[in-house]
Design a protein around this ligand. Structure first.
Ligand SMILES: Cc1cc2nc3c(=O)[nH]c(=O)nc-3n(C[C@H](O)[C@H](O)[C@H](O)COP(=O)(O)OP(=O)(O)OC[C@H]3O[C@@H](n4cnc5c(N)ncnc54)[C@H](O)[C@@H]3O)c2cc1C
Length: 261
């Protein structure tokens, strides 16, 4: 196996920039189910890793719950149907309950619809996000785990990685994939190419001449992360306030673990 990444190492694309919110509100049943299953791995991260080098830091899950404001972009009826199928627990709140449960929240309706819902995750307390920059930490833990099969530059055998090199072309022969062209001039022969280019994966598909019939496509978009003080009472001494998602405004808000949890 050869891993090709145009960045210097794993997890340095959008994964490294992620705010580490473990959420389940996705637009497809497969997405919701995969996120729900992943939550259980985050909840038992040490167990999931099986082994990790002693003394190395581990990502940890803070259970906060997630308040999802109902918005036309993600109608709650559709999401709740998928939650029911998968087994994600939730409560539906009105504005008064929202104001009582989330100190400092503005319950004004600035989008087109009203109802509010609270999505519960996890068996006891609502579960929800792993620490900031945790995706990078989690990946480096996986890489350094004794059982890791992540290829390194030193691997001479079946596995190796090729970092800081962009795929610029996907060669085909007889209607099948034949290999990759890289920006540094290398040509790699391969019978199978797995596209895990995240937000750039539609662009990579275009290089391969596939994807025109796909019903979902993706593209990289600029995202911004801002740090502001939380309103009084939002976080308590031992418990962070919930993640709040407002898809009308296209934003998520969450606390920092250093300030609570
Ligand atoms: C600011 C921000 C906050 C986010 N917060 C959250 C959150 O809280 N919770 C959540 O669930 N999701 C969040 N997301 C989304 C989440 O980070 C992504 O959905 C996820 O990381 C995608 O992982 P991936 O492995 O598919 O892609 P990536 O991590 O982006 O990996 C794709 C890799 O492909 C490489 N690549 C691309 N094109 C080429 C090419 N031509 N040749 C070689 N290499 C190439 C890139 O260098 C990159 O390393 C956030 C995203 C951003 C940007």
């Amino acid at each position: 196996m050869l891993v090709v990444d145009r960045l210097p190492g794993p997890g340095q694309g959008s994964t490294g920039a992620s705010s580490a919110v473990v959420r389940f509100n996705y637009s497809t049943l497969d997405g919701v189910a995969a996120a729900w299953e992943s939550w259980h791995h985050w909840a038992d991260w040490a167990g999931h890793l099986d082994e990790h080098p002693a003394g190395s830091p581990l990502a940890r899950l803070c259970r906060t719950g997630l308040v999802m404001l109902d918005a036309p972009a993600a109608p709650k009826e559709r999401v709740l149907q998928m939650f029911d199928k998968v087994g994600v627990r939730y409560e539906v709140w009105d504005a008064a309950e929202l104001a009582a449960r989330v100190p400092g929240i503005d319950t004004g309706r600035y989008g087109r619809r009203s109802d509010l819902m609270m999505r519960r995750s996890g068996p006891s307390r609502p579960g929800s996000w792993a620490r900031s920059s945790i995706p990078t930490l989690a990946l480096s833990t996986i890489r350094s785990s004794p059982r890791s099969t992540w290829p390194t530059r030193r691997d001479e055998g079946e596995s190796r990685s090729c970092s800081a090199t962009r795929s610029t072309g996907i060669r085909r022969a007889n209607g099948k994939v034949a290999g990759l062209d890289l920006a540094d001039g290398q040509h790699i022969d391969a019978r199978v190419v797995v596209n895990v280019a995240g937000p750039w994966s539609s662009a990579l598909n275009r290089l391969a001449g596939v994807g025109e019939d796909f019903t979902i496509s993706v593209r990289p978009m600029r995202q911004e992360v801002h740090h502001v003080p939380a309103p009084p009472g939002f976080n308590s001494e031992h418990q962070l306030g919930p993640v709040v998602a407002d898809l009308d405004l296209g934003i998520y808000v969450r606390g920092l673990p250093e300030t609570g949890c």
